[in-house]
Design a binder for this molecule. Sequence first.
Ligand SMILES: Nc1nc2c(c(=O)[nH]1)N[C@H]1C(S)=C(S)[C@@H](COP(=O)(O)O)O[C@H]1N2
Ligand SMILES: [Mo]
Length: 333
Amino acid sequence: MLIKTPLVSAALESEVTPEAVYLSRRRFLSAAAGALAAGATTAYADESRYADVEAGASPAWFASKLPQVHWQAVTAGDEALTPYSDVTRYNNFYEFGTNKGDPARYAGKLEVEPWSVMIDGEVGKPGVVSLEHLVQPHRLEERIYRLRCVEAWSMVIPWLGFPLAELIKHAEPTGAAKYVRFETRVAPEQMAGVRSGFSLIDWPYVEGLRMDEAMHPLTIMAVGLYGRVLPNQNGAPLRLVVPWKYGFKSIKSIVRISLVAEQPRTTWESLAPDEYGFYANVNPQVDHPRWSQATERRLPNSLFKPNVMPTRLFNGYDEVASLYGDLDLRKYY
Ligand SMILES: Nc1nc2c(c(=O)[nH]1)N[C@H]1C(S)=C(S)[C@@H](COP(=O)(O)O)O[C@H]1N2
Ligand SMILES: [Mo]
């Protein structure tokens, strides 16, 4: 494991557990758990698997969650993880620019501490909650998911998060709640892409799910990846991950979650409704008007190793098919 000086840029120093301290603590806890544990079920992830992960800050709210993580709660079978360097340097986060390298280069500017989220709409318990309070009731799980971008590339990413369903239940939705609407933070002074006059996007970036999609156990709120806190370019400190839908549904850096009665107007659907639908379920049989969706390029790839593979319906997550039993997937793409 690479140990570097922790980056304490955004967070208060007193609230950050330096990486070296965290690692030694984790080894200690791990050994202690082993000693206790005839019945212990949770094994710690093999650290060597994450050997190429850069060390970074671990805010207190995150570090305190790590000893209870349910590692590998969902895996991607024998599919190899996309290396950390690709996961964190090849990104779409238009608030920071439209080039794949822009988020890694510029998202460090985003101040993620303190962070709060507004929960409103058709709920019994509306309010503004700090990130710490929002995450506190939930046990983190590692979910190793395929991520299929509508641009026909894909990755396999080990997220850390908790089911969105748990958060929704906490908010006590009313009977009128039929959809969930999410909004990304808008901070022009920290986001060059938002300042740019060339952007077509009407900020904030908005996404949405039907209530049953939001409640599906595969749908998570992610706060980490590769065993550590989410890098800003991947949507720190809180982002959605819906593995059977195109990547653009998995909205980053969320500041507002609203339970609503009507289908929300979402960013990409509003921009180009013939190209991007509200559902955006991964589907090799419904092509994008300008390219085929039948195959995908699994990163990392190169000219000599294109790594092209067939795309699967629902990105291979067949268990969600029952959500769409009576829906024409060609019409509701
Ligand atoms: N706020 C916001 N969320 C976003 C985007 C964005 O531009 N802004 N891009 C989306 C797209 S197109 C993809 S493929 C994924 C990429 O996530 P990753 O960079 O963590 O792999 O984030 C999605 N979430
Ligand atoms: Mo995407």
